[in-house]
Design a protein around this ligand. Sequence first.
Ligand code: AMP
Ligand code: MG
Length: 406
Amino acid sequence: MLSLEQALEQMLAQLPSPAAENAQILPLTQAAERICAQEVISPINVPSFDNSAMDGYAVRLADLAASMTLSVAGKSFAGQPFQGEWAPQSAVRIMTGAMIPTGADAVVMQENVTLNQDGTVTFSELPKQGQNIRYIGEDVKQGDVVLKIGEKLTALSLPLLASLGIAEVAVFPRVKVAVLSTGDELVPVGKPLEKGKIYDTNRFAVTLMLQKLNCEILDFSILPDNEEQFERAFQAAQAQANLVITSGGVSVGEADFTKTVLEKIGQVNFWKIAMKPGKPFAFGKLENAWFCGLPGNPVSALVTFYQLVYPAIAKLSGYSAWRRPQLLPAFAATKLKKAVGRQDFQRGFYQINAQGQIEVSPVGFQGSHLFGSFVKSNCFIVLEAERGNVNAGETVMIEPFDALLG
Ligand code: AMP
Ligand code: MG
């Protein structure tokens, strides 16, 4: 069996990044959460002119060297620069963001200035050269690369583009994902349950995560456990999607047709991973689309989605700046049951204890069919394959959930 790390490596090596020629140009207002497909270079300097960081007075050091009391030559307001001659032995009244008059060495904040009855101003001390001046290009220089290919357009990067006067941006197309659940026992949410039936949790969970990942979702509903119907549905799904995600039917039971059908009409690149939960995960390819077969148990489906499908979608969407959340060391607050053999992703709750250390406890029972306790968790406790039971106080690695599960 492959380790998760090996499976990820194989999968990411096989999956392509989107081609640059498929990029679309979008106005900034429609580009949120999309992936940048073209390097963005700043057409201007920011700030685009020297301006004041304070409300106060723009001064020349030479004037102050002669006298600490100066007359006021005029005003420079934001958007309305000082006009005309700047007479010797005078200061210019200036507001935050206003253009620095030519020849000024510094801005003295108004709190440090005495206004005299005759309209002159007296300075208490000599300012430093450049004090309270924001210089042209200090933040972004014309020609700087402000956004790279493969970065996400966010509430931080889009306003930056706006501040540079850039109105449109090239983005990769959204990944089209077909989602379907398999199982005779499944009933869609909202319908009454008959004897022996259960609600279809996985399609709903997967759809929600795909929405967060800004995918285009094609809902292929629920399939009964019937080989021909699997074949027909997989064919229809792969004709329209870049990626087909199924859940259930991927184990070794008599009604588990996912892998059989994938093998028949496409190819299985790997099946089964040495992780718990989530062993029966299938990755492969159909004629026109990639294929991820998630296990049926809802906890396993979610864990394999997070650990495998999430990076796969990042790759397919061109999100090369995507990084897996880092693991952190934590103290186990209680003992943890663990069998040697597979890498374990227990659901845990971590917090900072009174000693300022990260401490983690498992949340309830860890069965892969037990979804209820998942809600109480905020991290995975990632236990190495070769590790056995963990005693309270031992160090374990945790993987805090990112926004996909948060
Ligand atoms: P399977 O791999 O199809 O044998 O499914 C394993 C377990 O997960 C069984 O108990 C199924 O009833 C359950 N299961 C499969 N698909 C879903 C689903 N979409 N929602 C909730 N439970 C499911
Ligand atoms: Mg099934």
